[in-house]
Every structure is written in structure tokens, then in C-alpha cells.
Design a binder for this molecule. Sequence first.
Ligand code: URA
Length: 209
Amino acid sequence: MDGLTIVGHPLVQHKLSLLRDRRSSTQLFRAVVREIATLLCYEVTRDLRTELIEIETPITTTLSPAIAGKKLVFAPILRAGLAMADGMLDLVPSARVAHIGLYREPVSLQAVEYYFKTPEDVAERLVIVVDPMLATGHTAIAAIDRLKEAGASDMRFVCLLAARPGAEALRAAHPDVPIWAAAMDDRLNDHGYIVPGLGDAGDRTFGTR
Ligand code: URA
């Protein structure tokens, strides 16, 4: 699919299998979500601009690359996106964090906002929206609508699992926002869960039901 990158790295794929396994404990699940997010962050930032800066090594002075251009904001969709944001912050600790509180209304599956906070200069930053499960796409679309309303114009979306209908819906609603995922599953069940999926990512991360 145009605008969708599946990160097929063996480490990502192996770790995703651990998440799919219903026997994985909450502790393991949370740790592995964080690890995969770090690896996905590495991929989603692959094209960040660098510039040469002068560095004094213990031996001599040299020109060496440093990240240049826009600063980053990680924007986890609460609450399941939080562990992913932690994994990304492990790699880019200086990034700002926006919090987007949306829940899926269980019958309509529509997104309902209950919290929204971004850095003041979000318009000047590259915003990486994170949510483990791209299911119907309603929540991702609403989050990106809201971020655009707040001024964000340069965004990328990162998830663990994309369902084909959700990825298509997000690409159609926001063609300017590319998607990175560890895998894509074909379908959703009647309750809006991804099949085969990995269950409820929020509940499995936090040990709730
Ligand atoms: N949210 C989840 O946590 N899991 C799904 O399968 C779909 C949406």
C-alpha cells in the first residue's frame, strides 16, 4: 500500500510474535512493546536531516554529523500508546511529548476525546503519532484531525499492527501522513478487534481487563 512501510526486520517480527502470544505476561508484553517501538523509531527517523558540526576529539578536530532540522514530538494516543512513546524516548530523549486522550465508543467504534495537550510550538515540529493498534482507523484519524487543528502539519503515524481497513481509511483521510507498522493483518472482528491481532493492547500493557 502506498505510504505504508512494514518494518520486516527479524527482531521486530520475532518480538511481535511474543506480543501475539496470549501466554505472554503483562511484564513481558510491556517490555516488548517498548523494545519494538524503539526499533520502529529507528526506522521512522531514518531520513532525518543531518548537518556536519565541528567536534574536538581527544586527538584532533573533525566534522561529524548531527541531527538538524525539525525537532520531534511523540504523540501517544492514550493509553495504549504510552509504552510505545517510552520506547521512542529511549532513542530520542530530547523529544517533546503530546498526549491525546481518545477512547473508542464500544458500540459505534467512534473516537471520543477526553484529553489533548501538545507543546506550544507543535507547528514547527515533526510529530510522530503513536498507537499500537490501527484497527478501524477512527481513532488515528481523529487524533490527526485534532493535531492539524492545533497547527501540526508534518506528521507520521507509527503502530505495531495495522488492519488493512484501518490503514486504507487513514491513508484516504490523511494522505499526507505516512504509516509505519510492524505488520498488517487483513481483517477486524465484529467488535473492531484486529484478527489474528494480539488482543487489547491497552489491557495487555497495563494488566487490566
Ligand atoms: N485496539 C486494540 O487494543 N486491539 C485491537 O485489536 C483493536 C483495537
